[in-house]
Design a protein around this ligand. Structure first.
Ligand SMILES: [Zn+2]
Length: 364
C-alpha cells in the first residue's frame, strides 16, 4: 500500500513530510512550538579548475548537533519534556529539510560574487538537503526493520526523488545512509539523508563518461546493464538474488566489503520502480545487511548510496543501483583513506573481491 503523505511546516518554515502506514494520525494537529533561528543561508560553490570539480563551502555546518544524549535526540518523536524536529508523539517514516543543509535555496550573503579569481568561478549552493527517519525507535537499525517498513522508506525516497528532481537547477538526487560513528555519524537515531545537488558530482561525471563511451562502442548498449549481466553469468561474486534484484561484489571493489544491489530491469531512478520491484528490494537488502553484521559478529559501519540517473543531459545513460560498503576490513581494523586514495584517488584494496563475496555468502 502506498503510504499516506502529510506535509507540514516546522516553526522556522522548513518542510516536514510524514509517510504513514496507517490512516487517521491527524498530522496537522501536531504543531512545532519551538522558537528556532532562521535557517542558515545556502553554501557557496567554488570551482576547482585543476580537476574540473565544484566544492561546496558550508561553514554553518560546524555548529550542527553532535552525538546528543538519547533524551535530547532531535530525530525521536516529541515528548512533553523535549521538543524534537518531529512535532508528533509517534511516526512511521518522516522526511524533513535539514536544519544545517549543504545546499538550499536561501539567499547567500554576498551572493552577487561570481568569481574569486579569473580561474575560480563561484556560485550559490542552490539545492535541497533532507533528513529521512526510518523509524521512531531510537535504538533500532535499518537492518532490524520489517520488509514492510523498507517498502515505506523506498516509497518515501521515490516521492522525494520525483519532487526534488523537479526543483530549479537540480542535477542529481542522492539518497544515502551513513551508519556508525566510524563513518562519522553525528546522530545515533536510524536515519538517512537526501541531497539534491546543483552540479553533477565527480563520481557521477566519471560514470557518465564511461557509460557514454560504452554506448558509442556498442551501438547504444547500457554499460551498467552489461556489467550486471556479466556478474550474473560469472556467479563467483554474486551473494544473493531474487526475481527482481541481484546483489554482488563488484569485480574491482574499492572497499574491503562492497556490495551493489541492482534491479534486473534498467530504470533511471527510484520513482520508475514498479510495485513488485519495490516489494522485492526489502527482503534482499535486509538479507545483505544481516550478512554485513554477521561478518565480524558486531554492527558493521557502512555507507549505503543510491546511484540514480542525472536529471539533465546523460539521463538515458543511468541505471539505478544501490552501493553498500564498509570501511571495516577486519574485526578490529578500519580502512582509512590515506595517501594513495586521498591524494591520488588511486584505491588499493585489502580484500580480494571474490574472497569478500565468499565471506558474505557464509556470513549467515
Ligand atoms: Zn532518537
Amino acid at each position: 500500500m502506498t503510504p499516506l503523505r502529510s506535509a507540514v511546516k516546522l516553526s522556522d518554515g522548513r518542510e516536514l513530510i510524514y509517510f504513514d502506514e496507517t490512516p487517521g494520525s491527524g498530522r496537522a494537529a501536531h504543531v512545532d512550538t519551538r522558537e528556532l533561528p532562521p535557517p542558515p543561508p545556502a553554501s557557496q560553490l567554488r570551482y576547482d579548475p585543476l580537476v574540473d570539480e565544484w566544492v561546496a563551502v558550508a561553514a554553518h555546518r560546524q555548529t550542527r548537533t553532535f552525538l546528543p544524549p538519547s533524551d535530547a535526540c532531535p530525530l525521536c518523536p516529541t515528548t512533553p519534556r523535549f521538543a524534537s524536529e518531529i512535532p508528533a508523539p509517534d511516526y512511521d517514516v518522516v522526511v524533513f529539510e535539514n536544519q544545517f543543509p549543504s545546499f538550499s535555496y536561501r539567499e547567500v550573503p554576498g551572493g552577487e560574487i561570481t568569481e574569486l579569481t579569473d580561474m575560480v568561478p563561484v556560485r550559490p549552493g542552490l539545492g535541497r538537503c533532507e533528513v529521512v527517519c526510518f523509524t521512531s525507535d531510537h535504538n533500532s537499525a535499518f537492518g532490524s526493520l520489517p520488509p514492510s517498513r523498507v517498502r515505506t522508506v523506498v516509497d518515501a525516497l521515490a516521492d522525494r526523488t520525483a519532487e526534488m528532481s523537479a526543483l530549479p537547477g537540480v542535477a542529481q538526487v542522492f539518497p544515502f545512509e551513513n551508519r556508525g560513528v566510524e563513518i562519522g555519524v553525528t546522530l545515533h537515531h536510524p536515519h538517512g539523508q537526501i541531497y539534491a545537488y546543483p552540479t553533477v558530482p565527480a563520481r557521477t561525471a566519471a560514470m557518465l563518461r564511461a557509460a557514454a563511451r560504452h554506448a558509442e562502442k556498442t551501438g547504444g548498449r547500457n554499460l551498467y546493464a552489461d556489467v550486471l549481466a556479466a556478474e550474473q553469468e560469472a556467479k563467483v561474486r554474486v551473494i544473493a538474488a531474487n526475481d527482481h534484484w541481484t546483489a554482488y561484489v563488484p569485480a574491482a571493489a574499492r572497499w574491503p566489503f562492497e556490495v551493489q544491489l541492482a534491479p534486473h530491469r534498467q530504470v533511471p531512478d527510484l520513482p520508475a520502480l514498479t510495485d513488485a520491484e519495490r516489494d522485492a528490494f526489502g527482503p534482499l537488502y535486509l538479507d545483505i545487511l544481516r550478512r554485513f553484521d554477521g561478518l565480524f559478529g558486531k554492527p558493521m559501519p557502512y555507507i549505503s548510496a543510491w546511484h540514480q540517473a542525472v536529471v539533465g543531459e546523460g539521463r538515458e545513460l543511468g541505471y539505478l543501483h544501490l552501493q553498500l560498503f564498509s570501511i571495516r576490513r577486519a574485526a578490529d581494523k578500519l580502512k582509512f583513506l590515506a595517501g594513495s586514495e586521498s591524494a591520488m584517488g588511486a584505491f588499493v584494496s585489502d580484500v580480494v573481491p571474490e574472497k569478500a563475496a565468499q565471506l558474505l555468502r557464509d556470513a549467515i
